[in-house]
Design a protein around this ligand. Structure first.
Ligand SMILES: *Cc1c(COP(=O)(O)O)cnc(C)c1O
Length: 385
């Protein structure tokens, strides 16, 4: 099996698994309890908070653990909106955000807010000037992702952050695809809020975090016992949080080297597909892209069909994004870049990870080329009929 779907989820690092295990069976106390088992769970959660904070350069008390990237996005958008209604009811985002951001914004619209969905250029980049031009006196939040999950484009978040900072508007970024893969520094980029998800950087599923600068006013979206400073009630998922902390620490040491290897393999994969599959094109930006993301369109080859044929041969890739393949909707991210509907439907995403090898890349190129040749040879026969 060759796994080229790391943008949808990664294997949990064995060291992270080892760190988690004691918290299922030995140190299973509730972090809110004051007895020794509770205290040990609390210490583990606080250590993980420090590990996550170090990865992104913030204070530990600015990290709120959530159930994942989706909840972090919802808490950022609905939480800022809830705490700032008196200041205004306008939010700015882009057309290519993850569903977690887009649907949270649609929810705001149903509740009397106005949302501007900025266009992107053909590479999928949001122009900072467009953000500046869209800001109004009643704008309370700008939410632009750090890197896109479908096409891998890296957005100019530092420039956008500087504009927001200057104009006094809060800036949130969904950095789920970037954290643990690219150097991220919330201070340097003027980021007020940032979403993270552990399973995108070799941590477990079902845990993530929202970074919220100390001064940011947020309303909770989940109510109860007041955990996470009242911003995320519910007993902490201690093993998962510990796993996220461990994964963050591993990423801090390994991600730079990993980025270098992934960039090389991605270049080989792109070059391999472009030379051996006629009618193929790279989607997204040629170099401002995530190190492990390769998104290509191949003329006349439906993405759904291609990924199915690759799967039969043991190669796991995805079309558009994991979310859109479940609902079979048009790949909105590609359409937003101006790609026509046919080519947008003929796209697949191959996303590499730290266990990907040069051999995997060679086999993926070869298999893809064989499938395309076979289909084209057959359709040639049919067309002669
Ligand atoms: C995966 C992903 C999410 C959702 O994170 P979950 O932890 O799966 O809820 C949000 N945004 C982006 C960009 C993602 O890639």
């Amino acid at each position: 099996m060759i796994y080229l779907d790391h943008a949808a989820g990664t294997a949990v690092d064995p060291e992270a698994v080892a760190a988690m295990l004691p918290y299922f069976y030995y140190d299973y106390g509730n972090p809110s309890s004051i007895h020794p088992l509770g205290r040990r769970a609390r210490e583990a959660v606080e250590r993980a908070r420090e590990q996550v904070a170090q990865l992104i350069n913030c204070q530990p008390n600015e990290v709120i653990f959530t159930s994942g990237g989706t909840e972090a996005d919802n808490l950022a958008i609905l939480g800022v909106a809830g705490a700032n209604v008196s200041k205004g009811r306008h939010v700015i985002t882009s057309q290519i955000e993850h569903h977690a951001v887009l649907e949270a914004c649609r929810n705001l619209e149903r509740n009397g807010f106005e949302v501007t969905y900025l266009e992107v250029d053909p590479f999928g980049i949001v122009a900072p000037e467009n953000v500046r031009d869209a800001i109004r006196p009643d704008t309370i939040l700008v939410s632009i992702m750090t890197a896109n999950n479908v096409i891998g484009t890296i957005e100019p978040v530092a420039e956008i952050g500087a504009i927001c900072q200057k104009l006094g508007v809060l800036f949130h970024t969904d950095a789920v695809q970037a954290v643990g893969h690219l150097p991220i520094d919330v201070e340097r980029s003027d980021i007020d809020l940032m979403s993270l998800s552990a399973h995108k950087f070799y941590g477990p599923k079902g845990v993530g975090a929202l970074y919220a600068r100390g001064s940011v006013a947020l309303s909770p979206i989940i109510f109860g016992g007041g955990q996470e400073e009242g911003l995320r009630s519910g007993t902490e998922n201690v093993p998962a949080i510990v796993g996220m902390g461990a994964a963050a620490e591993i990423a801090r040491y390994e991600s730079a080297g990993e980025e270098f290897c992934l960039r090389k393999m991605s270049r080989d994969l792109i070059a391999g597909i472009m030379t051996s599959v006629p009618g193929s094109r790279l989607n997204g930006h040629p170099d401002k892209r995530l190190p492990g993301n390769v998104n290509v369109s191949i003329e006349g080859m439906e993405g759904e069909y291609l990924s199915g044929e690759l799967a039969k041969r043991g190669i796991c890739v995805s079309t558009g994004s994991a979310c859109s393949s479940a609902t079979h909707e048009a790949p909105y991210v590609l359409l937003a870049t101006g790609l026509d509907r046919d080519l947008a439907n003929c796209s697949i995403r191959l996303s590499l990870g730290k266990h990907t090898t040069d051999e995997d890349i060679k086999r993926a190129v070869q298999t893809l080329s064989e499938i395309v040749q076979k289909v084209r040879a057959e359709s040639e026969v049919y067309s002669r009929w």
